[in-house]
Design a protein around this ligand. Structure first.
Ligand code: NAG
Ligand code: NAG
Length: 209
């Protein structure tokens, strides 16, 4: 029983360790040549690493918008990559691709015809010729969005609080007025009742005499 457990653990870890050396799903691999072209691949379908012995990678003619950070790092034998014919988004996410294409000197034969599809103002531009300012202009940092959202939330909460305070104030005023009226009518009715009783008493007295 213990042996079986140990064996399955070893097997599991063995498989896990080998994960990066297997051919990525939906690509064809042949002696270090990983061909993932013309497969309608999106960026989320890319593996986190290619097999360590990879010499050539074809990623052209897919639906890639972003090259995952580090995807083509740690491949000492890599000498050629194709990346054209994708939907590269030239915002913050393009920085790794841009760094890869402009890295000098590079031992890898890198394609020159990698161009942006979005944002519209950078559409058709070559990724390697983008300036850092151009790229950073289209960065949407999540913590900026978070700060904005929390500011809006804070404002809404304060507004609600002010409205609630106003409502409480209005109700208190109304309650005060109502209770004052109630007190007054009570005094009036009792005064009226007393005077009625007094009149009746007088009338009774007079009828007796
Ligand atoms: C890669 O695969 C596609 C189809 O899956 C094929 O058309 C293309 O010729 C292949 N590229 C190379 C360099 O083998
Ligand atoms: C881009 O360059 C590759 C070679 O690196 C070539 O095969 C391909 O036809 C070129 N594509 C365009 C659109 O220029």
């Amino acid at each position: 029983m213990m042996d079986l457990l140990l064996f399955s653990l070893l097997f599991l870890f063995g498989v896990k360790g080998q994960e990066s050396s297997v051919c990525p799903h939906s690509c064809t691999c042949n002696q270090g040549h990983v061909n993932c072209s013309h497969k309608s691949l999106t960026s989320s379908m890319l593996p986190s690493h290619f097999p360590p012995g990879t010499t050539q990678v074809n990623l052209n003619n897919n639906l890639l918008t972003i090259l995952p950070n580090g995807l083509l790092d740690d491949l000492p034998n890599l000498h050629s990559v194709t990346l054209h014919g994708n939907l590269w988004a030239c915002d913050c996410g393009v920085l790794y691709l841009r760094a890869l294409l402009t890295r000098q000197p590079s031992s890898v034969l890198l394609p020159l015809n990698v161009s942006c599809t979005s944002p519209p103002s950078l559409s058709g531009r070559l990724v390697m010729h983008l300036t850092e300012e151009e790229v950073l202009e289209f960065c949407h940092y999540w913590y900026c969005d978070l700060a904005l959202v929390s500011q809006v939330c804070l404002f809404v909460f304060m507004l609600v609080q002010v409205l609630l305070l106003l409502a409480v104030f209005v109700f208190l005023r109304r309650f005060e007025r109502l209770s004052r009226e109630a007190r007054r009518t009570k005094v009036e009715t009792s005064a009226f009742g007393e005077s009625v009783m007094a009149n009746e008493y007088e009338a009774l007295k007079e009828s007796r005499t």
